[in-house]
Write a protein that binds this ligand. Sequence first.
Ligand code: AVJ
Length: 322
Amino acid sequence: MNIRALDLPTDARTPSAGGLLETVRRGLRAQPKRLPSWLFYDAQGSALFERICGQPEYYLTRCEVALMREHAASIADTLGVDVRLVEYGSGSATKTRLLLEHMAAPVSYVPVEISPEPLQQSVRRLGEHFPHLPVQPLCADFTRPLRLPIPPRAPRRTVLYFPGSTIGNFDTREAIALLRKMRAEMGDNGGILIGADLKKDTALIEAAYNDAAGITAAFTLNMLARLNRELGSDFDLAAFSHRAHYNALAGRIETSLVSQREQKVHVGRSQIAFGKDEAIRVEVSCKYSLEDFAALAGKAGLEVLRVWLDPERMFSVQYLVR
Ligand code: AVJ
C-alpha cells in the first residue's frame, strides 16, 4: 500500500527503496553479516509480530498488559495533567489504550510508527475509542530526529512512551544514543515512560523467542521475504533458518538467520556468498536487572523516578526524567 494514499504525514527521512538497497548491501557485505531489525516491520512483519504477542511463550506482552491493567491509574497519576503523549513504534497501540483511559484530557497523542498500515489502523481504532482525543500520527523512523507536529494547545509536559522493551533491540551504545535523543526531544519538564524486560530464567527467555507454533521463526524469515518483495532479491527461504539463543554474558537474546548450505544470493546487482551455517545477525533483545537499567539511563543523563512491575515480576515499566 502506498503511503500517500493513506494520507499520513510522513517524515522526509523515512527509508526509501534506494536507501533500503544500500542498507541491505552494506549489512550483507559486513563481516559478520547483519541486517537491522527495523526491517522486520513491513505490513506482513507487523502482523506476524502481533501474532507473536499472543503466543503462550511470549510472556513480554502478557506481563506488560497485566502491568498496565494493574498500574495504569498510578502511572497516569505520575505523568500528571496537560500531557502530550508521544509513542515510539506504536504498532497496534493496545497498551496505550489502557494508559489513555486513565489520563485526564491529554493535550494530544502522537503515534510514531515506521509501518503505515498498523499506524493507520491504530489511529482509526483509537479515534473510535477516544473521540475527543487529538491524534497526530507521524509515519517515521523514531531513531532519527523527529519533527513533531504542532500540538493543539501548549502541553505542560511531553511524555515519550516507549513500551514493549523495544529499547532492548538496541545494543548498549545505540540505546544510550537513543535515550539521549529522547531526552532532548522531551524537553526540560518532560519524561520517558519505557518498558524494559527483566533478566530471568534462561529457559523462559529462550522459549519466548522460539515459540512452538513457529510464529517467531516465520517473523524472522519474513525479513528475507520482504527483501525479495521490495528489492527483487532471490533469497531461498527454505535455505535459511531462524536461530534465537540467550547470551548470558551479554544478557540478551541474539537472533540470526542461518544459511543451511553454501549458496549465492542476488541483491540488486550484487551477488552475496553464504557459507554453510553462516549467520546473518538480525536482532538483539537485551534483558535488564533494575540496576542495569538505572545505569543505562544514567549514561544518557536520565534518572529513574518510578518503577512498576507486573504481578509475575517478569517485566518493568519505568518513568525516567532529567
Ligand atoms: C519489539 C522488543 C517487542 O525483542 O521481544 C519479538 C521483537 N522479536 N520476537 C522483542 C521480537 C522476536 C520484540 N520487541
